[in-house]
Design a protein around this ligand. Structure first.
Ligand code: RM4
Length: 254
């Protein structure tokens, strides 16, 4: 299958987890892929090697998405390497689990800056490039089930994910006239770096898994298909939508 044949795909937070899985699947589907990464250079290199082993071009650009300059730098370098941007996946995110009443100011600020401000600057930079190219594009943001439900130790994180979901809705309206579609995926509990520490608590892990009708927590690769689908022309009439990818956890209340 080549759902993204010759598309130029950019992904933030692409060296690990959902971002890395989406990057490799995009390459498998025929795309050249540029990843932004914050710190794990080795992992970024491994992802690029996987992309190249699939016969596609890969590019890794280091940068902290919380800095607005990172967005124009990432998009600019990808355009230099590939000639343009067709698909943008805003994925970079953090969730330093912490109780509410003594949540440190720095943790709140950093979480907002990476997850929400970072997504905003990146999506804006990518959209400007797509508008300049003049033939539309697709933007997929990795929001979360946390856009819809709370979390005791995620009081700083859930508002950012609701924000990312809302950003895709507004961007869908702002960019529709340019043929640019904007959608989000809402992952449930997916086993990646973001929750490794939190789910080291085996009781919590078992409790979370028990709530999933499909009977297991998610893997990063479970998000790759939904992201590629929303990015592809198969989803050509979908914009402003949010797709839960949670094994059914959200609807499992009664
Ligand atoms: C998700 C959900 C998961 C958590 C991640 C970090 O939205 O709350 O359970 O592991 O965020």
């Amino acid at each position: 299958m080549t759902l993204l044949k010759n598309k130029r795909v950019l992904i933030t937070g692409g060296s690990t987890g959902i971002g890395a899985a989406a990057a490799v699947e995009a390459a498998r589907q025929g795309a050249d892929v540029a990843i932004n990464y914050a710190s794990s250079e080795d992992r970024a290199r491994q992802v690029i090697a996987q992309i190249e082993a699939l016969g596609r071009k890969g590019l890794a650009v280091r940068g902290d998405v919380a800095d607005p300059a990172t967005a124009t730098d990432f998009v600019g370098k990808a355009v230099d390497a590939f000639g343009g941007v067709d698909v943008f996946v805003s994925n970079a995110g953090i969730c330093p689990f912490h109780a509410f009443l003594d949540m440190p100011v720095e943790v709140v600020d950093r979480t907002f800056q990476v997850n929400l401000h970072g997504a905003y600057y990146m999506v804006q930079a990518a959209a400007n490039q797509m508008v300049k190219q003049g033939h539309g594009g697709a933007i997929v943001a990795v929001s979360s089930i946390s856009a819809l439900v709370g979390g005791e130790f995620q009081t700083h994180y859930t508002p950012t994910k609701a924000g990312v979901h809302s950003l895709m809705q507004s961007a869908a309206i702002a960019l529709g006239k340019h043929g640019i579609r904007c959608n989000s995926v809402l992952p449930g509990t997916i086993l990646t770096e973001i929750n490794k520490e939190d789910l080291a608590d085996t009781e919590k892990r078992a409790r979370m898994a028990a709530r999933v009708p499909l009977g297991r927590l998610g893997e990063a690769e479970d998000l790759a298909g939904p992201i590629v689908f929303l990015a592809s022309d198969m989803a050509r009439y979908i914009t402003g939508a949010a797709l839960l990818v949670d094994g059914g956890a959200f609807v499992n209340l009664q």
